[in-house]
Write a protein that binds this ligand. Structure first.
Ligand SMILES: *[C@@H]1O[C@H](CO)[C@@H](O)[C@H](O)[C@H]1NC(C)=O
Length: 323
């Protein structure tokens, strides 16, 4: 073989090597898990096509073009919590910069209650902030409710920038949250989900645990990172993507882990929200003694009943001028 040929052959090998190297870098950054569709009878449990609306607000987002929509799971009987939220962090006009809407998301009680249901329908007419679907409301069924929230955003509210899933027993600092989101810039407009991230959880196998899950239902020995279900905020494009991913994730009764499993399918990593130096968690999922200027520097704080929420709100409003 002549020198020239040897040189050409070497160049060929070098180029092929380089192409392989680049291809591995580009395509193999985060190997996504294998996607196997869930059997139909299992997917049907969380599929939006299984359930019907009893109360809906299909035109709300079109009319109001919100920046952020707060989706609050409650049950039929939680009238007091709904009232407290409307008087505190659910009220209009808390952020001077953008429009924030809130919606209560409700199923049905196992035993029908015509009197409360009639109350709810009047409440819905008066406030226009209630969505109700015909699945049975229970702790076990919260995954269904969360997937109905995702589906509602994907169907009726794609124009909003962000949605937040937030429990009724949480204190929310709307103004701080809006400013935080506006500060995040472009990268948080897409594939963005933020809250209190739990990244090293494993399935609980003892039957007395509140979060028990059987090996039959979830055979893996680890959970992917997920955000605590108490409250998390996400760019609205993720609602459609999570709904899509749910076809490949077998339903489990732990709603926040379930969303984490969908994010894992999508290759989306949930984000922590931290204070300036990265030390404090802005999504305070522990209980914290009320102190005006501490709460002014958090997005959420956990553990409030309706009376306490109303009581501290009166004082908290002063933080806009004093902290
Ligand atoms: C969950 O909801 C479904 C659909 O309404 C219902 O058939 C089932 O009994 C509920 N499960 C629990 C544990 O409440």
């Amino acid at each position: 073989m002549g020198k020239r040929w040897r040189y050409k052959l070497l160049t060929c090998f070098a180029v092929a090597g380089l192409i392989t190297f680049v291809a591995v870098l580009v395509f193999n950054r985060t190997p996504l898990p294998k996607k196997t569709p869930t059997p139909k009878e299992l997917y049907d449990v969380i599929s939006p096509s299984t359930y019907r609306f009893i109360l809906n607000q299909p035109e709300l987002c079109e009319k109001k073009s919100p920046f952020l929509v707060l989706m609050i799971p409650v049950t039929l009987k939680d009238t007091e919590a709904r009232t407290a939220i409307r008087r505190t962090w659910g009220q209009d006009g808390l952020s001077p910069r953008v429009t924030v809407l809130h919606l209560f998301v409700i199923g049905q009680p196992a035993q029908s209650d015509p009197v409360l249901q009639e109350h709810l329908e009047r409440e819905s007419k008066e406030f226009g902030d209630i969505i109700q679907m015909d699945f049975v409301d229970s702790y076990h069924n919260l995954t269904i409710k969360t997937m109905m929230i995702m589906n509602w955003i994907a169907t009726y509210c794609q124009g909003a920038w962000y949605a937040m899933k937030i429990d009724a027993d949480i204190f929310l600092n709307v103004r701080y949250l809006v400013d935080y989101l506006l500060d995040q810039g472009e990268s948080s407009r897409k594939d963005y989900i933020c809250g209190s991230v739990i990244s090293d959880a494993v399935p609980h196998r003892d039957t007395f645990n509140k979060w028990y899950i059987s090996e039959d239902l979830y055979p893996d020995t680890w959970y992917p990172p997920y955000v605590s279900g108490a409250a998390y905020v996400f760019s609205t494009d993720l609602a459609r993507k999570i709904s899509w991913a749910s076809r490949f994730v077998r339903p489990i009764p732990l709603e926040d882990v379930y969303v984490g499993l969908c994010l894992h399918i999508l290759g989306v990593k949930p984000m922590y929200a931290t204070t300036f130096l990265g030390l404090g968690n802005l999504f305070e999922v522990r209980r914290l003694k009320y102190e005006r200027c501490t709460f002014a520097k958090r997005i959420i704080v956990n553990g409030f009943n309706p009376q306490n929420l109303v009581r501290i709100w009166h004082d908290f409003k002063k933080s806009y001028f004093t902290c």
